[in-house]
Design a binder for this molecule. Structure first.
Ligand SMILES: *Cc1c(COP(=O)(O)O)cnc(C)c1O
Length: 425
């Protein structure tokens, strides 16, 4: 095999595509079969009744999830987007309140705030973990700030200790979006359990899934009740249930069915093994890529365990003198699948740039309850913007069922590209 880059007609390093990631097996099929035979595919009732909290699979999954994550309450929902909306409503948000959130995340982390006519304020991220930067958060606090919504992006927990400290000092609530980090750890605690309310996604691409779904976790009895109400038509239930706090008791239907919960129970048992497997693969890749110039490898901070939803990398393109696009072209030509360039800068989406969400007249930003003009201009999050514009790349580990050999092959492709950098300049 010659060392000529595939981009220039050489032989590609990798010629096969690994199978798609799938944590679903026989156990899930059997569990679904049992639910099908029972004929009860959902047992929720949207009024105050013993089935207001769902059927046997829902309740069993919630009990097992609470035990697994070592929290007082786990509440299932039909997606983590629903979970985020319920969480923001449950903390008692008022229209016009501001919630500080990272721009480097999936869009629902911020729209959950807008759903209650509250205002997302974007703080910058840290260049090592890509999570909210505590100093930037503190600078973003105003009279209107009610909460911080931290994301454990890519599977590494945000700096929850610092964020908790800030939240306490300024009397703010803290919500944790751990969609990409089920099984990630901070000390002996699970990511997602370090805030007032946190939770996980169970959608197809996440470590474990039920097709669609989500789990909310909290140690607060009060929040648990409010989350259960918002999940299931609160407004129709409050009177009979004797609930007196009517704030944000517009209920939704965020209920997860019996089939999904039966799948979830089996998936939860597999989570530790799946995360360990992902960590093992990532460690191999990290070891192999160590020492390639101008390439920042994933960083796991002391006392943390990374769940590697994706394998994040940062290129020092200035030092290398080659554009990110050129390097990715060369890697892709070598047969590396699942390479992505940049991630997301939510503040630059049209909705924030135009400030149009509800209707066409700028609501909620234009409403009287918004006490100030919130800035979404390019430049407010320089770290996130630079990563998005020129230096960040990732390997979407969530997409493939990799084996050790795949990691070695990917590493060979990187090494081949790096030993031919001169030709790419
Ligand atoms: C997947 C994801 C969500 C949304 O979860 P769904 O279950 O798909 O609604 C929210 N936040 C982050 C960071 C995610 O990765």
């Amino acid at each position: 095999m010659t060392n000529k880059l595939a981009l220039f007609g050489g032989q590609a390093t990798i010629t096969d595509v690994p199978p798609a990631y799938s944590p679903i097996g026989k156990e899930e099929s059997l569990a679904v079969q049992k639910v099908m035979e029972s004929g009860v595919l959902s047992k929720f009732i949207g009024c105050w009744h013993e089935d207001f909290l769902g059927g046997p699979q829902v309740r069993a999954f919630e009990e097992e999830a609470a035990r697994f994550f070592n929290v007082k309450h786990a509440i299932t929902v039909n997606s983590w987007t629903s979970g985020l909306i319920a969480a923001v409503g449950a903390i008692g948000i008022e229209p016009g309140n501001e919630v500080i959130v990272s721009p480097w995340t999936m869009c629902a982390s911020a729209t959950a705030i807008l759903h209650w006519n509250a205002i997302p304020v974007f703080a910058d991220i840290e260049p090592e973990t890509f999570n909210l930067c505590p100093e930037s958060v503190e600078k973003s606090i105003t009279e209107q700030t009610k909460a911080i919504l931290a994301i454990d992006i890519f599977g590494h927990s945000a700096n929850m200790e610092a964020l908790k400290h800030i939240a306490k000092k300024h009397d703010l609530k803290l919500i944790s979006d751990s969609a990409q980090a089920p099984g990630a750890m901070v000390g002996d605690k699970y990511a997602g359990t370090l805030a007032d309310i946190g939770g996980f996604s169970l959608n197809y691409h996440k470590h474990i899934h039920t097709g669609e779904g989500g789990i909310i976790v909290t140690n607060s009895d009060d929040y648990a009740e409010r989350l259960q109400l918002i999940r299931n038509h609160a407004e129709a239930v409050v009177k009979d249930k004797g609930v007196t706090n009517l704030s944000n008791m517009l209920g939704y239907n965020f209920r997860l069915g019996e089939i999904e919960c039966a799948i979830g129970r089996e998936q939860l048992k597999k989570l530790p093994m799946l995360v360990k497997q992902r960590q093992k693969l990532a460690t191999i890749l990290k070891t192999q890529l160590n020492g390639l110039e101008g390439l920042q490898l994933p960083i796991t901070q002391d006392n943390h365990e990374h769940a590697y939803y994706v394998f994040p990398l940062v290129l020092d393109t200035v030092h290398l003198g080659i554009s990110r696009e050129r390097i990715c072209q060369a890697l892709e030509a070598e047969g590396v699948q699942g390479i992505g360039q940049g991630y997301i800068n939510l503040h630059l989406l049209p909705m924030y740039q135009e400030k149009i969400a509800y209707g066409s007249h700028g609501f909620p930003w234009s409403a009287e309850f918004c006490k100030r003009e919130v800035n979404y201009a390019k430049g407010i999050c320089p770290v996130a913007e630079e990563l998005q514009d020129s230096s960040f790349i990732y390997l979407a580990m969530c997409m493939f069922d990799y084996e050790k050999q795949d990691m070695l092959n990917i590493a060979s492709a990187f090494k081949k590209v790096w030993s031919n950098l001169g030709e790419l300049q």
